[in-house]
Each structure stands twice: as C-alpha cells, then as structure tokens.
Design a protein around this ligand. Structure first.
Ligand SMILES: Nc1nc2c(ncn2[C@@H]2O[C@H](COP(=O)(O)OP(=O)(O)OP(=O)(O)O)[C@@H](O)[C@H]2O)c(=O)[nH]1
Length: 353
C-alpha cells in the first residue's frame, strides 16, 4: 500500500504551488491510467479479437506514455507529458467514434475530453487543445457522412456540436473560475494584508531561491533589514491607526525606490526586508543611504518625524544563511545603538562564517 501511495503521489517539485501541484497530481494519475487502459486494450485486441496491428499501435503508445511518465517524474517536466496524455486520450475517443461507425453513444463520450484537458492544461492551453480536438471530430464526422450508413446525419452533427460547445463552455468556465479563486488564495497567502507587500513566508521562499541562485551562478546578493525608530512611541502617542498608516505609507515609499528585480517584504511588525539580487556591498550601502534620505524627507501624515535604522549585508557563495542573518541583525542593532536614523554594515568576517 505505501508503494501504491508513492506511485500516485506527484513529484515534490510542484509542492510549492497549489495550482501546479493539482495539475501534476492529475497528470500522474492520467499517465498511469492511460498505461493500464492501453495495455488492457492491446491485450484484448491481440488475444480476443486477433487484431495485431491495432495491438502493436497501442503497445507503442504505452511505451511512449511510459517515457513521458519517466520524464515527468524524474525531470519534473509538466508541459510535454501533459500534451502527450491529452493527445492519447483524444486519439482514443476519436478511435471510439470511428469504430462505432456513426452509432450515437460514443459522441456523448466526447465530453470526457474537455473534462480531462481543462484541469490538466489550464484554461488557455486546454482551449487550444479542445479546438484541435473539435476540428478532428468534425473531420471524422465529414468522413463518416460520406462513408457510413448514418441515419439523419444533419441532426447528429447539430446535437454533437451543441454538446461540444455547451459542455466545453461550462467546463472552461468552471476551470477558469477555479483557477482565479486558487490564485486569489495564493496571493492572500503570500502577502501582508496591511501593506500589500510579501509576508514573511513568501520572503523566506524568495530568500531560499536567491541563495540557491547565488550558489549556482557564483554571484552575490545584498539584503537590507529596515526597522522604524521608536515605533512604539508613535503608536502610544498618535494611536495605532496612525501607526498603521505610517506602515502603509513607508511600504509604498520603499516600493517606489526599489528595482523591479528587488524583493520587498514586511518582515515583522515594524520591520521591512529588501532582497537585492546581483548587488555589491557598495551598491547596497549607497541604496541604504538613499532610503534613509527618502524617509527623512517624506512627510508622513500626522507624524512630525519618522526615521528608520538599517542593517545591510552581502551574501556570497559559500556563506551560511543563519550566520548571515545573525550578522544583519547585529548590524541593525548597532545602527540603533549608535543613535538610530542610520545604517550599519555587517562585518565581512561575520558573514564569511
Ligand atoms: N500600528 C501598528 N503597530 C504595530 C504593528 N505591528 C507591530 N506594531 C508595534 O510596533 C512596536 C514595536 O516596538 P519596539 O519593538 O519596542 O520598537 P521601537 O519602539 O520601534 O523601538 P526601536 O526599534 O528600538 O527604535 C510595538 O509597539 C508593536 O505593537 C502593526 O501592524 N500596526
């Protein structure tokens, strides 16, 4: 049983993103199901019906799907295997219609295609796949009209088209709204509700990503930790609402000052963190001075003077995350101790571990 559970579980690469994880789960199941169905069909065709040509085609398909399954699980590749799975499912459904030579019941099964393709590809790619599929169904239909003995083909074509358009439309709409809802949940889980910046969870994820990139490409990134000075006093004298407004306004100010590639997060109560990819110690220090000047010059509503203290450091390949953070914290503490409204750099030896 545990091995069956492991087989049904998608690779862990997709665990971070709920949308991709859902697709990966579905793809994993579909590939396994296709292998089982195709193998059974091939054996049935070979042993019971004696159709070795069809059985060979099906076994070749099984081999291709096995390859796709390997690619998906080892390489964590979703797109290619997903297209292969939906193409195989589409081909099987078309084969059913051709095999039934105009009998009505397989037409109803065409709706299985969008039911399968939309959750697997997502609305955009699945619509493309579905259009190709509908075109293929119409081609089979046109062929059948000429060659098969179909009673009232015009009515059959009309009913099939209505089912394909209405059924496909409903499935598209369902999948589209489901993805939108999931995206909203994802954004809510990543952002801080007061400032709209990344929250701590997202910051940790982006930091881990930046550290991995740093090690891979052998380059450094810098980090600034910013803490508003005497924020407790602001809250106590002006009220929490003013405190909240200052947090929001500072977040806005920092957002306008950063580059598009920089990551900005609310790290804690009145603390903010800026990840600066590909940024040297000197560049980070210059930015820290600019930020201090910008905050000093800004007129915050109700508050006469708002300042901040900054801890600044640079992470290079070989550094250790925990040591680096300790050093940044100590730099920030030093800036506070030395009188606030200033920045302090980490000691090089501290971050070098
Ligand atoms: N208004 C508001 N206040 C918050 C929020 N989160 C944390 N705080 C307050 O921020 C204050 C932080 O106080 P301290 O940690 O003592 O720091 P400080 O007063 O800024 O002093 P220094 O950092 O030493 O300059 C506390 O009073 C918290 O209640 C928030 O979301 N809104």
């Amino acid at each position: 049983m545990p091995s069956l559970k492991r087989l049904l579980a998608p690779p862990q690469h997709f665990a971070q993103d709920p949308l991709l994880f859902h697709r990966a789960q579905l793809l994993n199941f579909s590939l396994l199901a296709l292998i089982a169905v195709m193998t059974t069909a091939a054996l049935f065709n070979l042993i019971v019906l004696g159709d070795s040509t069809l059985a060979r085609i099906q076994l070749a398909m099984v081999a291709t799907i096995l390859l796709a399954l390997w690619h998906f699980r080892r390489r964590a590749s979703l797109q290619g295997p997903a297209w292969l799975a939906s193409s195989c499912a589409g081909a099987m459904l078309l084969y059913l219609i051709i095999h039934a030579r105009g009998d009505s019941s397989p037409y109803l099964m065409l709706l299985l295609y969008p039911l399968f393709a939309y959750p697997l590809h997502g609305p955009r790619a699945a619509t493309l796949a579905y259009l190709v599929f509908v075109a293929a169904v119409l081609a089979v239909f046109a062929y059948g009209w000429v060659h098969w003995d179909v009673v009232n083909p015009a009515r059959k074509l009309f009913n099939t088209l209505v089912a394909l358009v209405v059924g496909g439309g409903i499935i598209y709409y369902y999948e589209h709204t489901r993805e939108e809802a999931l995206n909203r949940v994802r954004i809510l889980s990543m952002t801080d509700p007061l400032t709209g910046l990344w929250n701590r969870t997202m910051f940790d994820e982006m930091l881990a990503h930046e550290i991995a990139t740093t090690q891979r490409h052998q380059r450094c990134f810098s980090l600034i930790l910013l803490d508003i000075d005497h924020f407790k006093h602001i809250n106590d004298t002006l009220g929490h609402d003013v405190g909240d407004t200052i947090l929001r306004e500072l977040a806005q100010l920092l957002s306008t000052r950063r580059r598009a590639s920089d990551g900005l997060a609310r790290w804690g109560g009145e603390e903010f963190a800026l990840i600066l990819p590909d940024t040297s110690r000197q560049q980070a220090e210059q930015l820290a001075c600019d930020l201090l000047e910008t905050i000093r010059a800004h007129r915050f509503p109700h508050a006469e003077r708002v300042t901040a203290s900054l801890g600044v450091g640079t992470f290079c390949p070989g550094n250790d995350r925990a040591t680096f953070f300790r050093a940044i914290d100590q730099a920030l503490y030093r800036a506070k101790r030395q009188g606030r409204d200033r920045h302090a750099m980490t000691d090089d030896e501290q971050t070098a571990d």
